[in-house]
Structure formats: structure tokens, C-alpha cells
Design a binder for this molecule. Sequence first.
Ligand code: KIV
Length: 325
Amino acid sequence: MPNEDYANRIFLALDVILAQLSVNICRLYVRFTDKLTAKRKFIVNFAVNLNAKTMTLHSNVKHVTTHVLLAMKLKGEKIAMLTAYDYSFARLLDQAGIDVILVGDSASNVMAGYETTLPITLDNMIYHAASVVRATSRALVVVDLPFGTYQGDSKEALVSAIRIMKETGASAIKMEGGIEIKESIERILSAGIPVMGHLGLTPQAIHKFGTYVVRATDKEEAGKLKSDAMVLAEAGCFAVVLEKIPAKLAGEVTKEIKIPTIGIGAGADVSGQVLVLHDMLGITQEFSPRFLRRYHNLQMEVKGAVKNYIEDVRSQAFPNKNEQY
Ligand code: KIV
């Protein structure tokens, strides 16, 4: 990793530590001094707490970078990540303040209707990612390298990653796997492309697993996951997704490695969370794992609106006099 990169990370971390320190010194002073009346203590405390709140990185940052995510982990601020695959949804997510948009290869399922993530191509991913980048001004956009574009060798992996960066304008790529893809990760990083890792239930390996059940429940797989997470962090990945693994294990990994962990079905003791947008909005209904919280029932709303439209067209209630020229 270049020196400048290290310097940036160190400055951002120092910034966070100094700001936190000044808040804590003020709090201690107010608590132990006898020079302030109770009323003054209340006012100073109020001001310090307000300042501490507005100091949150996510509320101050104009553009989320990989360094910001690292600083968020150091500060204990949780990272919010969602998938998006098109301009309109990406724009809404960005405007709502999401930290990271993942152009996931789950596009293969939710956009193209395939059963697995395997069929989606690099050209398909580039099309989706370019649309998302055009909609985004604040969020960090990360793009999945699809199945078959990096497992061959590290040169193929670099060529695929470069195509994504050049043709979409995204800021980072994501790859599934641990030690097996270390060489590819290092080659991509050495070209200046940030890499997010992905461990646990890696959907591109679904035919190896044979099932979508929780991974790393036995000692051997949990041990391999821990050592893979360390490999990814030491290779220079800026974050790692942990999918469908026991919460305790995810918490341990988060403590052991320096980079942020983003969980999906990995419990609360991780640095951030990710969900597939179409699942959390309730557009998809067939898929209901325990970890999935639905924040809306968009399927019902969309169907309701479409039914109303059909009825209006058939009954000629639409268009009315004000809706024509
Ligand atoms: O493709 C995807 O949506 C993902 C998330 C589930 C992390 O990889």
C-alpha cells in the first residue's frame, strides 16, 4: 500500500482520536470541577453532547471513502450498506444517506431472475454499476467481481477489476474467498484498486456448499474463516463482508482484525450491516431467512397501485379532463 495511503489513514484516525479526547476532557472537567454552578454544568454538558453528536463521521462526510469506513470502525460508528443495481434506486439510497452502495452480483437473482449468482456476466455488472455511479455523490460504490472473472488466475482478476473501475467509475471491487484468492487480491491492490473481501456463505460457491445454511458452525470451518479474515486484512483489503455465520464468531473476527466487518446474518457485533435492497423493501417475498428484516411491503404497494391503474384504464376513469392536452 502506498505511503500516502497510510498517511491519510493515520491523519483520519488521529483526527477522530483527538476529537474524542477533547470531548472526554470537557466531560471530566465538568464532572469534577467545583468552579461551575449546577446550571452552568448543565449548559456546558449540553453543548459538549451536542458537539459530540454533530461530530459523527457519517453526518459530516461529503464523500465516503475507504478511509472514512476505517475511521468509523475506530470510532465505533456503524456502517450502513445496501445493494442497488440501477440509477433510480441508487439515487434514493444516496439521498437517504447510505454509506456504501454495493452493486452486488445478487443482481443475477433480483434483477435478472436467475436462481443463483453464477450466470451474471462482467458486462452485465458494468451496466448496473455505471448506472449506480451516475446516481451517487456521497456513498462509496463497491462492485462485485462476478463468478468466473477472477478465479482463473491473478492476471484475469486484474483485467476484470480494471474493466470495472474504468468503465463504471466505481471506487472499489468485492471478491469472494480467502487464502485461495490472495494473489489476485494483492495484484489488484497493487494496481491501486481497493478490495472488499467476502467470507462465510459466499453465494458464488453455492454448488460446493450445496445449501444456504449457516456457515462456520464447526471448529474447523470457523478456524479457517478466522485465518482467512486475517489474510484479507493483512493483504490490504479495506473491509470484509461476513455472510451468514454465528454472531459470536463474527464478533471475534471483528475484534481480531483492524479493518471493518460488514455483516449479513452475522449478528450485531460487526462494524456495519448490509442487506439486499429488494429483500429489505419487501419486493421479493419468497426469501425469508431469519436475519432479514423487512422495512416495507413494497410488493403489496406496487401490486395495489398497478391494480388501481388497470381498473381506472378499464373503467375509463384514467385519464380525466385535467390529464389530457
Ligand atoms: O451480491 C450481494 O448482494 C452480496 C451481499 C449479499 C453482501 O454479496
